[in-house]
Structures are given as structure tokens and as C-alpha cells.
Design a protein around this ligand. Structure first.
Ligand code: ATP
Ligand code: MG
Length: 433
């Protein structure tokens, strides 16, 4: 693998398109100072990808585009293409890991309308990236920051270097530096990864705790869902059961209604039939009545008159019975009144007898008092004979009073007997007319 040619377009001092052929082996580019020899090396590094624009002696990307010099118009884009020959080696492989004899790597810069530079990469005419270029060139040990390219002054500075600095350069050339860099990078990445692992460990711990809480919550939620499902199921079953019951009840009521309707219809029919029979019977009764009238000769016949007389007699008897009933009611009322009067008379008699007894007692007491007074007042000399006279007089009075009292009692008894007799008479009249 070797660089076959360098195709430059508006790069630095190169105006327009310029192709620099580089044959196999050693190629020298000569020219006066400032003629653009070093710009060729810059062009190669530009495609390989320098770490900074300073390496290719430019402040920024815009400095890489042909500025027009003194006599030309400045360009708005530049492009460099490295054409590598990539033949098959003795081991059957190619240095650049692409199955092509020629590999074209292009890098372009164009200015936008606002003069901002935009960089694009193309590999064999197709869009690509700087990473792809580095991967391909890395496989061929052609790194942009390596010592593949020895710039102007590099040899002089190498000669002036200290032993340590020169060692670094040699390490770099030998590829040791790149391994050291890779080791450094790997160690740095390892530290970062360890750091990440620590952080991930903390996060994992937090997440595990959270997971535990969530597991508990999930368990509770599952339980709640189970209970909720069970409630829904039970409700559904309950509703189904109610629905079935109501359906059965409805069917029962429909059946009952039908039965009642049938029964009603049957009764209606029966009623109609009975009405018909009644009408027929009425007709027959009328016919019989007519027959009876025809046979008995109506109300003018003897039998009719007798029946009429019997009807009248029955009516009269009924009236009498009604009168008797009325009289009986009146007598019952009168008996009640008499009973009340008798009770009152009896009460009066009792009161009278008791007052008589109390009067008798009072009289007896009065006589006793009189006797006692007389015994105290009359001298003893007057003798027993004189005290006997008033005592006898008092006794006579007492007897007369008793007689009077008995007479009055007798009268009261007579009144009572008379009352009872009246009652008896009324009762007898009522029952025996
Ligand atoms: P020396 O022999 O002194 O090393 P050289 O041949 O290496 O010189 P270079 O350094 O390659 O010359 O080129 C320098 C020239 O390139 C300068 O004349 C400079 O004006 C010109 N130049 C650099 N950048 C641009 C640019 N963007 N547009 C036009 N010309 C440029
Ligand atoms: Mg130079």
C-alpha cells in the first residue's frame, strides 16, 4: 500500500484543481521558498485528520481555503483527495481492509452563506466519517499523529532533543507510546467504570430497597385486585341470581295472570249461560203464573179472595205483634222506673228507721239524765213515792213514742206492699194481655 497521488482543489496556495502524482518509492517535491512544498504535506495531514489546525499551520478551517492571493478571487470551498494503491500482499490480504486496489479518501470544507465552514468526508466517492478514515489507516499503521510524516524542522529538533524526549519519540515511532496511551486510556476508562460501578452499586441498593417496597405494594395491590375481582364476581352472581328470581317470578305471574284470565273468561261464560237460564226460568215462571191465573181465574175467584184475606190477616197480625213489642219495651222502661222508685222508698225507710232508733236512744238518755237530776234535787225525806211519779210518766212517754214509731213503720211497709202489688199487676197485664 502506498500513496499514489494527491488531488488538491483550492487548498491553501493551490488555486483550482491540482494533481500531484507520487510514484512508488521516493518522490521529492522541490521549489523555491513559499512555493507550496510544505502545503503538500499539510494537504496529506488535512485528510488524515490532524489533532488541531495548528499542526497544518492554520488558525481555523477557513485559512485552509485558497484566499485568492493578490490577483485572484477567494474560493468558498477546498478539497483534498489521497489516492492510495492497495494491492494484495503476499499473504493474500490488503493493507487497507477494503477489497479494492485503489482507495480514495477525500476531505472537503465549504463555507456556508454565513461563512461558517462545513467539513465532509468521502470514501471512494461515498459519504463517510473521520472515524472510518482512522479505523482504515490505523489498520495500515498510518496514524495522522504518528511519525509517518516527518515535517520540516523535525530532524533538527530531534537532534537537539534531550535523551528522555528522544526516548519518547522513539517509543512513539516504535508504537510503544500508542500502547502507553492505550494503557493510560484503559486505566482511565477502568477508573471511570469502577466509579460507574460504585454509583451503579448505590443505585442498585436504592433500587433494591425501592423494589422491596414496590413488591410489598404489588402484593397489597394484587390482594386488593383479588378482593375487588371477588366482589365484582359476587355482585355479578348476585345480580344474576336476582335476575333469575325475577325472571321466574315474572313467568309465574304471567302464568297466574293467564290462569285468572282463563278463569275470568270461564266465569263470564258461566255468567252468560246462567243469565240465559235465569231469563228462561223467568219466562217459565211468567208462563206458570199465567197458567195459575188461567186455572185460578185471577184475583176475582174465591180462592184468590181467600188468599187475599189471608194476606190481610197476616198483615194485621204483624201489626199487632209490632204493637205488643212496642208495649213490652215501654213496660220494661216503666219497670225500670218503678224499680228505681222502690229502691228510693227502701232507702227512705232505712233512713227513717235509723233516725227513729237514734231518737229513741236520745229519749232514753234524756230520761236517764232527768232521773239522775231528780234524784239529786229532791230531798231524801220526800220519800220513794214522790220520785216514782216522774219516772213512771217518762216511761209512759217512751211507750207512746214507741207505739208511734211502730205505726209509722207499719205505714211504710204498707206503702211498700202497695208498690209491689202495682208492679205485679202491671207484669201480669203485660204477659197475659
Ligand atoms: P519554504 O521553502 O520556505 O519552506 P514552501 O515551499 O514550504 O516554503 P509553503 O510554506 O508550503 O512554502 O507555502 C507558503 C505559501 O503559501 C505562502 O506564500 C503563503 O502565502 C501561501 N499560502 C498559505 N496559505 C494560503 C492561502 N490560504 N491562500 C493562498 N495562499 C496561501
Ligand atoms: Mg516548507
Amino acid at each position: 500500500m502506498y500513496l499514489k497521488s494527491l488531488e488538491v482543489l483550492n487548498f491553501k496556495s493551490f488555486k483550482g484543481e491540482v494533481t500531484v502524482p507520487l510514484d512508488r518509492g521516493f518522490t521529492a517535491i522541490t521549489g523555491p521558498n513559499g512555493s507550496g512544498k510544505s502545503n503538500c504535506g499539510d494537504a496529506i495531514q488535512f485528510v488524515l485528520g490532524p489533532k488541531s489546525n495548528r499542526v497544518i499551520r492554520a488558525q481555523n478551517s477557513t485559512d485552509l481555503i485558497f484566499n485568492g492571493g493578490k490577483n485572484s478571487k477567494p474560493a468558498r470551498n477546498c478539497s483534498v483527495t489521497l489516492v492510495f494503491a492497495n494491492p494484495v500482499m503476499s499473504n493474500g490480504r490488503r493493507r487497507l481492509p477494503l477489497d479494492k486496489d485503489e482507495i480514495r479518501m477525500s476531505r472537503s470544507i465549504r463555507l456556508t452563506s454565513s461563512n461558517n465552514p462545513v467539513t465532509t468526508y468521502k470514501l471512494n466517492g461515498e459519504d463517510s466519517t473521520q472515524k472510518v478514515f482512522h479505523r482504515l489507516l490505523g489498520a495500515a499503521n498510518a496514524r495522522p499523529d504518528g511519525y509517518n510524516i516527518v515535517l520540516q524542522g523535525d530532524v533538527t529538533s530531534l537532534a537537539k532533543m534531550t535523551a528522555n524526549e528522544r526516548r519518547k519519540v522513539l517509543d512513539n515511532v516504535a508504537g510503544v507510546t500508542s500502547y502507553d496511551d492505550e494503557i493510560r486510556k484503559a486505566t482511565k476508562q477502568k477508573d471511570m467504570v469502577e466509579n460507574y460501578l460504585d454509583r451503579i452499586g448505590l443505585l442498585e441498593k436504592e433500587q433494591l430497597e425501592r423494589l422491596s417496597t414496590l413488591a410489598k405494594e404489588r402484593h397489597v395491590a394484587q390482594k386488593a385486585k383479588e378482593v375487588s375481582d371477588a366482589i365484582h364476581l359476587t355482585n355479578a352472581m348476585l345480580l344474576q341470581s336476582r335476575y333469575a328470581t325475577l325472571k321466574n317470578e315474572l313467568a309465574f305471574h304471567i302464568e297466574e295472570r293467564q290462569k285468572y284470565l282463563t278463569e275470568s273468561q270461564r266465569l263470564l261464560d258461566e255468567h252468560k249461560a246462567t243469565e240465559k237460564v235465569v231469563l228462561e226460568l223467568d219466562d217459565k215462571i211468567a208462563e206458570l203464573q199465567n197458567e195459575i191465573n188461567r186455572l185460578t181465574g185471577g184475583e176475582t175467584s174465591e180462592l184468590g179472595q181467600a188468599i187475599q184475606a189471608l194476606h190481610v190477616a197476616i198483615e194485621l197480625n204483624n201489626d199487632r205483634l209490632q204493637e205488643a213489642a212496642n208495649e213490652e219495651a215501654e213496660e220494661a222502661e216503666e219497670a225500670d222506673v218503678l224499680g228505681e222508685q222502690l229502691s228510693e222508698a227502701n232507702d227512705e225507710l232505712q233512713a227513717f228507721v235509723s233516725s227513729l232508733e237514734s231518737a229513741n236512744d236520745a229519749l232514753k238518755q234524756a230520761l236517764a239524765d232527768l232521773e239522775e237530776a231528780r234524784a239529786e234535787v229532791l230531798p231524801a225525806a220526800e220519800g220513794e213515792e214522790e220520785r216514782e211519779v216522774p219516772r213512771r210518766r217518762g216511761q209512759r212517754h217512751l211507750r207512746a213514742y214507741n207505739l208511734l214509731l211502730r205505726g209509722r213503720c207499719f205505714l211504710s211497709l204498707l206503702n211498700l206492699l202497695l208498690l209491689l202489688h202495682n208492679l205485679f199487676l202491671r207484669s201480669r197485664n203485660r204477659f197475659f194481655g
